[in-house]
Design a protein. Structure first.
Length: 129
């Protein structure tokens, strides 16, 4: 019996390079997704007479630690009316919910996943010249 290997060194190089490139691209893509969610929530919550400042309390952050990328979208409690976001999102016993974050995320997450798939595929296929 004889076993040969061909091209594995190139594959290993491609995967090593992809491991370095993917977190940077994933952070960029995650930032764009978070920004889209933020804009969508602000649009959904704009024009509410008794909560005029709430849309301006919405922000996002993206953090990278090693190969882990996290994005967070939410209301900043330090900003005017920021602490009231949960009231609108979840409702109370006397007021119906008016979701902003859930529908915005439901709309954006599939798009974001599609971009992440593309980023991963391009990173693996890319060869230095």
């Amino acid at each position: 019996m004889r076993v040969e290997r061909h091209g594995l060194d190139l594959l290993i190089e491609d995967l090593d390079r992809a491991a370095r490139d993917i977190p940077k691209q994933a952070a960029r893509t995650t930032g764009m997704a978070c920004n889209n969610i933020k804009k969508d929530v602000k649009k959904r919550w704009s024009g509410i007479p008794h909560l005029p400042h709430l849309p301006r309390s919405i922000s996002y952050t993206v953090k990278t630690r090693g190969t882990t990328v996290t994005g967070e979208v939410g209301a900043e409690h330090e900003r005017p009316q920021g602490k009231l976001a949960w009231v609108l999102e979840m409702g109370t016993p006397t007021s119906a919910p008016r979701p902003g974050f859930r529908p915005a995320a439901d709309k954006e997450v599939p798009v974001w996943i599609g971009y992440l798939d593309k980023v991963a595929a391009e990173a693996i296929e890319k060869r230095p010249r």
